[in-house]
Design a protein around this ligand. Structure first.
Ligand SMILES: [Zn+2]
Length: 145
């Protein structure tokens, strides 16, 4: 359930997205808030500026949280983001241990507004293969001296 306090922080994330456009960056913004609503970190999309396909704000904040917060604190944070995280960012958010994500636009709504944003390529994946060889580094890691 999205509360009015959530909407206040969500509006700030939308404001970060709007500011990103003014800077010439893509229109996506996010922030990470503690349990009392204190803003811990903010980020916007810098894919073009940094020439980095992974420079999405949600991924940047997930990496920041994993590096800077202890797991208990991370679990009590909420990410507010102007658009629903893409699959890359969603994976990072899960790995970073954040407690909750609140988004404004859903992916479907974003694609409706900007069809190009839904133009995600797919990649062929073949496997599994070479199990006996590929397991060697895994076994070595699991059973250090
Ligand atoms: Zn993303």
């Amino acid at each position: 359930m999205i509360t009015s306090a959530d909407e206040t922080l969500l509006r700030r994330a939308i404001g970060i997205a709007a500011a990103a456009v003014a800077l010439g960056d893509a229109p996506y913004g996010s922030l990470l808030a503690g349990p009392d609503g204190t803003i811990l970190a903010e980020a916007h999309n810098t894919v073009r500026r940094d020439d980095d396909i992974t420079a999405h704000p949600e991924l940047k904040l997930a990496r920041w949280a994993a590096r800077e917060l202890d797991p208990d604190t991370a679990a009590r944070t909420t990410m507010y983001t102007s658009c629903q995280p893409c699959t890359m960012c969603a994976g990072a958010v899960v790995r970073s241990g954040l407690g909750r994500v609140v988004h404004a636009l859903s992916t479907e709504q974003l694609v409706e507004l900007n069809p190009q944003s839904g133009d995600w390529p797919t990649v062929a994946q073949d496997g599994p293969a070479l199990f006996d060889e590929a397991r060697i580094p895994i076994d070595a890691y699991r059973r250090p001296n």
